[in-house]
Design a protein around this ligand. Sequence first.
Ligand code: PLP
Length: 384
Amino acid sequence: MIHPSSRGLTEPFHVMEVVKAAAARQVSHGDAILLCVGQPGTPAPAPVRAAAAAAVTGEVLGYTVATGIPELRWSIATEYALRYGVPVDADEVLVTTGSSAGFQLVVLAAFEAGDAVAITRPGYPAYRNTLLSLGCRVVDLDVGPQTRYQPTVAMLEALPEAPAGLVLASPSNPTGTIIDARELAEVARWCEAHDCLLISDEIYHGISYGRTCASAREFGAGSVVLGSVSKYHSMTGWRLGWLLLPEPLRRPAELLQGNLAICAPAVSQAAALAAFSVEAREELDGHVARYARNRELLLRRLPELGITSFAPPDGAFYAWCDVSHLTDDSRRWCAEVLDATGVALAPGIDFDTAHGNRMMRLSFCGDTGELDEALDRLVVHIAR
Ligand SMILES: Cc1ncc(COP(=O)(O)O)c(C=O)c1O
């Protein structure tokens, strides 16, 4: 008899079920509009695609060193000087298979089984599921609009004991909210004073609407920073991310990476060398301008759906909406909406295990015309 381990029996990422249902709807009706997924509908920037093509034709593309090719580590480190004015050494950078694999490496490198790690609720579901799979205990910090859905020192002080780690995402998924630089500095200071490893997920940096995204790295080299080319760089499927690591975690994470993955994909590393170029940035900033237009459209039209309570989407491309006037079962409601309208929305239960049944997440990184059309359909459906 084969018995799967308890680690393998993780909660699903429910959005992936919605994506599957939306794909079936597209086959049966040809009218699906996906507002459920957090991935840009655009390809990688042209210089990245050119670099990938050149690498495929001209390079061996064997394994790279576990930490990532030196030029890429250097480019990533240089970004921190450019974006945040903080000098970062290439040695701090470990190139990973998306930030997802980076998160796993940090959990393995920094925590013992049984360690408590605090996360926000609502928050990105894979944190909870990964931490539990890897044997950590999850401590939920209930966050709301009064703190822009971000953790505070007061919340950490209120815990019965300091956790071994804190995961913070700014801009956040599902809310898009950004932590103030001052608050982030205070949280980082508290973590350092309490031997709590701050893991700062900064993978949506570059996508914000008037508010500045501070990096935890600005407040010292004692936190872990998660980065990725998935979102701003429009390269989800290339599976490339990075960690900035404090000195004591660098060698353990390198050893784990060498054993668990050997290295991040060589072709994506070679291509990503072009992701930080001025030319790529111009193209990518064009996408961010479209997200900004979509955000305006949403903010204007959400009240037509009776949705007047939503998090201020400071960054990323999500609106976290209260739909309690429409349902107390977000998963069933999203399935009904897809069935009736072809519009796929993400049920809140994925992101908030306590209160998510009255919430849904809407992603606005797609085409503006499609978003408008989806809102038209939702207005008609809700008026029924
Ligand atoms: C907050 C957050 N962190 C991490 C990830 C994982 O991103 P990737 O592994 O593509 O870098 C996602 C993906 O949606 C996310 O929303």
